[in-house]
Design a protein. Structure first.
Length: 71
């Protein structure tokens, strides 16, 4: 994982919903978090419209198949 300007904050549930639009995938939020941690992503907390912290990951959204957009 690299840090940069194109990062966005997403929870594991948001990441799973994004991936489900492109692929039929059966993963739990716990397993997704474990996979992200194993891949080297750092879990961070952020307060979004509330007093309670929300845990998620700083990631960069990419197309699941980058070859589809090539000409």
């Amino acid at each position: 994982p690299e840090t940069g300007d194109n990062e966005s904050f997403m929870t594991t549930a948001q990441i799973l919903n994004y991936l489900k639009t492109y692929n039929v995938i059966q993963l739990s939020e716990k397993r997704m978090g474990e996979a992200l941690h194993k891949a080297g992503f750092e879990r961070v907390q952020k307060r979004i419209n509330s007093k309670n912290p929300v845990y998620g990951y700083r990631i960069r959204e990419v197309s699941p198949n980058p070859f589809l957009n090539r000409v």
